[in-house]
Design a protein around this ligand. Structure first.
Ligand code: ATP
Ligand code: MG
Length: 389
């Protein structure tokens, strides 16, 4: 069928034509937005799950929903090599310019002035211009160099300004497990202060399955955050991801065809999008058949092997790849670190750094003490399929 009209969107963070199966999380977020507008602040949301399960897409939907209500919104991603100060500062510039207007009240002017000082704290060469006169405004002082002090001041003043507009501030942090311990601790403390003093500020964190433990280690009251595990879709939702998307382009799926793709995908959103895309390409349509689906799955699997899986595999050094290979024998469920060591004929302590590096690269995580598992669903079968020892 027409490639131009192909409605499927495999790829990191790409908005699907049909975002399905996330109603509870979206409803919870929507309620919290309205509660914050009414002066009742909720604990941060934490979305965690495996690679390709749809965390970024959900977090971006949080952003869109907040932005639609006129909130001040910043969405950032950890692990990019920039620090939190820089990431947040730059993400806030655009929403700040939206706040700036000649009629802005004193609290908005104050927030802008504080933001200017925050910008100066990490970028001595550059400054921001908002096109409004801030000479008489109070504010500033978010440039002490102490992250907690500066960020707290910025977010507090921003929350006051947003409150004047009857809205709030949403701070969304993707790949949060890649922030430093200090940055996460700071964010937890500010989120705690915001909830205690009812600033209209909502935080959304997204990251790998290790994120809840990392947050709990950063600050014990992170245990009260609202955790949502982002998982595979239900059978119905997985089917709907295919059929609703096709319907937007006046195409339909035979039931058998849906079954083939849903089964092959393990109900993982990324794989549904990939197989959907390849099935569409294989079909002459507008009715997609089981044979199309089988071809789509075969081609999609090759695509995933050469892209999604291969890219992650190539991130590992030869020594790390050996470790992954030893894990693959246990499938996706995880392996005992001791078992992996035994398979490799090595001492568990000797393998400590390899394990730590693989965790730091986001390829594996520790679901519980002494256990390691792939962050990428289907990685074990990829290794079985492709990599001969
Ligand atoms: N609820 C959903 N319904 C349909 N498709 C979805 C849904 N969520 C995500 N997708 C699709 O799945 C793919 C992966 O989504 P996303 O990048 O959000 O995953 P992720 O969990 O952030 O992965 P990673 O851990 O690698 O960052 C994208 O192609 C996206 O279009
Ligand atoms: Mg993501």
């Amino acid at each position: 069928m027409d490639a131009v009209r192909n409605p499927y969107s495999p790829g990191a963070g790409r908005k699907p034509a049909a975002l399905v199966g996330r109603d509870d999380a979206l409803k919870g977020w929507g309620t919290s937005l309205r509660r914050a507008e009414a002066g009742r602040t909720d604990q941060p949301f934490v979305l965690y799950g495996l690679r390709g399960v749809g965390k970024t897409v959900l977090l971006s939907e949080f952003r869109r929903n907040a932005a639609k209500r006129g909130w001040v919104v910043a969405q950032i991603e950890g692990g990019s090599g920039k620090n939190l100060r820089q990431l947040l500062g730059e993400a806030l510039y655009e929403p700040l310019t939206d706040l700036a207007r000649p009629s802005a009240g004193t609290r908005i002017l104050k927030a802008l002035k504080t933001a200017l000082s925050f910008k100066a704290s990490y970028d001595t060469a550059g400054t921001w211009t908002f096109g409004v006169d801030l000479s008489g405004a109070s504010g500033g002082g978010a440039d002490t160099g102490i992250l907690d002090t500066d960020l707290r001041k910025l977010i507090h003043d921003l929350a006051d300004a947003a409150e004047d507009d009857g809205v709030g501030v949403a701070i969304l942090i993707d790949e949060a497990q890649d922030l430093s311990a200090e940055e996460l601790t700071t964010l937890c403390m500010i989120a705690h202060a915001a909830a205690q003093d009812s600033w209209p500020v909502l935080f959304g964190f997204a990251g790998l399955p290790s994120l809840p433990r990392i947050l709990a280690e950063a600050k014990s009251y992170a245990e009260r955050f609202q955790y949502a595990k982002v998982e595979q879709l239900t059978l119905d939702a997985a089917g709907a991801a295919l059929t609703i998307a096709a319907a937007t382009e006046d195409a339909t799926w035979d039931e058998d065809a849906v079954d083939v793709v849903v089964a092959a995908s393990g109900r993982y959103p990324y794989f549904l999008q990939q197989f959907g895309q390849d099935t569409w390409a294989a079909a002459t349509g507008p009715q997609i058949t089981e044979a199309d689906a089988q071809l789509g799955v075969a081609r999609g699997t090759a695509q995933l092997d050469n892209g999604f899986f291969r890219a992650r595999w190539d991130r590992a050094t030869p020594g790390e790849q050996q470790y992954l290979r030893a894990m693959a024998a246990d499938g996706d469920d995880g392996s005992g670190s001791g078992q992996v060591a035994a398979r490799l004929g090595k001492n568990i302590t000797t393998l400590g750094p390899t394990r730590a590096n693989l965790i730091a690269k986001g390829l594996i995580y520790a679901p519980e003490y002494g256990v390691v598992a792939f962050t990428v669903p289907g990685m074990a079968s990829f290794i079985d399929r492709q990599i001969t020892p």
